[in-house]
Design a binder for this molecule. Structure first.
Ligand SMILES: Cc1cc2nc3c(=O)[nH]c(=O)nc-3n(C[C@H](O)[C@H](O)[C@H](O)COP(=O)(O)O)c2cc1C
Length: 410
């Protein structure tokens, strides 16, 4: 893989020499892009010798190969280690005043930062806000660890160890790569995936919602796109850090809020879709009379308001009713079986009721399902047969779902 290692001006730059060595030993092509300040800590010859590639800090060197964007465009991953407070601030602001800045703006590959600085600098509100802004855009952060710092002090601020950074890089690369031999097997298909959870307004500032982060639906969209499908993601209140991964992958994103908005978007996109995957958690009910103004305790005068609910239209049933020939419709069901009933029995009943081609059932509860990086799905087809029971990361379950959809269509 093609990895750009950005190095910035902190003592921990010496540890990145080891990181580059580990990456080269693992067979990666490594291009080091230091800042001018980084070279005051570890010199240019060391980076060139260890990476086996020419190294420069400036956008004005090797202009003929348009290096200021070429490195970022060609990268499979960019890691900044160590990442100083200054460079985190530059990244948050999108500054491009050196080769590392332009590379970070030009890349669409995953970006990992390994911050290193004194505890006061790390905990400063400005640094914390910058890191949050980067995370919201999908930048991954490793560390810093707590421990002995450059002076006599200790606390959070130590850069993670090179071996831990390398392991994280391999994990991200594996997550981004489609399963071997499957690239392109969804080419030519138009896939629409909904993700997240709807919010039903109560008044201008309050809503009825659910705990869905949107990760499972986004992973389905990422898996479909990575396998060549022309993919649209309908995102209902998906967490920004999760949504950023879809935007980075070039997936067309439509954002919606309520069940009615989600239904309208799906209805609009369905006629052109070969596959519809409804992974979003949709509210069954909405508030009958949404208050025009914020509800207040004063206005309630001691009598708590009562919310009257009305049933929302069933989006999945509507899509099935309007299904065009050859279209595959997949539903998700987050279920909590009742006493004396299995998850499978409940799933089969729901699949029949909805009329979908495939239903992905998962158990939810106080400590299962939503807001977690892993999932376990039972995939039930139109003959009430369990065609797969994938479990693992939400990316792994997403890949298994795409496999099942492609088998159905074969
Ligand atoms: C000895 C020394 C050690 C430093 N260590 C760090 C550090 O670990 N983290 C940090 O954020 N800044 C550190 N700095 C300050 C940065 O070098 C300074 O903010 C610089 O402008 C960073 O530029 P850059 O991010 O473009 O490399 C250190 C400065 C000196 C002189």
């Amino acid at each position: 893989m093609n990895i750009v290692v950005g190095v910035t001006g902190g003592i921990a730059a010496y540890k990145s020499v080891q990181l580059v060595r580990l990456l080269v030993q693992s067979g990666h092509e490594v291009h080091v892009v230091p800042t001018a300040d980084a070279l005051r800590f570890v010199g240019l010859p060391t980076w060139e010798a260890i990476s086996r590639h020419p190294v420069t800090t400036s956008v004005h060197d090797d202009v003929a190969s348009v290096r200021h964007v070429a490195l970022g465009q060609a990268a499979d991953l960019v890691v900044v280690a160590p990442a100083t407070a200054h460079t985190l601030a530059r990244m948050a602001a999108g500054l491009a005043d050196d080769l590392l800045g332009t590379t970070l703006l030009a890349t669409r590959a995953p970006v990992l930062v390994a911050p290193a600085m004194h505890t006061e600098m790390w905990l400063h509100a400005a640094t914390q806000a910058n890191v949050r802004a980067l995370e919201d855009r999908g930048v991954r952060v490793i560390g810093p660890e707590s421990g002995q710092l450059t002076g006599d002090d200790s606390g959070p601020g130590r850069m993670s160890e090179p071996e831990a950074i390398r392991a994280e890089i391999e994990r991200i690369l594996a997550e981004a790569a489609p399963a071997a031999g499957t690239r392109g097997d969804a080419a030519g298909l138009r896939v629409v995936v909904s993700a997240g959870g709807t919010r039903e307004p109560i008044d201008p500032v309050r809503y009825l919602g659910n705990r869905s982060s949107g990760r499972q639906g986004v992973e389905v969209a990422l898996a479909a796109a990575a396998r060549g499908a022309d993919t649209v993601l309908v995102a209902a209140n998906v967490e920004p850090g999760i949504l950023a991964a879809a935007t980075r992958a070039g997936i067309a994103v439509r954002t919606v809020g309520s069940a009615a908005e989600l239904g309208a978007a799906m209805e609009d996109l369905a006629p052109d879709a070969d596959v519809l995957v409804m992974a979003a958690a949709v509210a069954d009910y909405r508030v009958a009379n949404v208050a025009e103004r914020k509800l207040t305790k004063e206005a309630a005068a001691g009598t708590p308001p009562t919310l009257e609910l009305v049933e929302n239209a069933d989006i999945l049933v509507g899509l099935v009713a309007a299904r065009k020939p050859g279209q595959t419709i997949v539903g998700f069901a987050a279920e909590m079986p009742a006493e004396g009933e299995t998850l499978l029995e409940r799933g089969i009943r729901k699949r029949r009721r909805k009329g979908v081609d495939l239903l992905a059932v998962n158990a939810v509860g106080w400590d299962a399902g939503f807001e977690r990086p892993t999932n376990a799905l039972t995939l039930i087809d139109a003959h009430d047969a369990v065609v797969a029971e994938p479990s693992g990361t939400k990316r792994e379950t997403a890949e298994a779902l795409i496999d099942a959809i492609l088998r159905l269509r074969a």
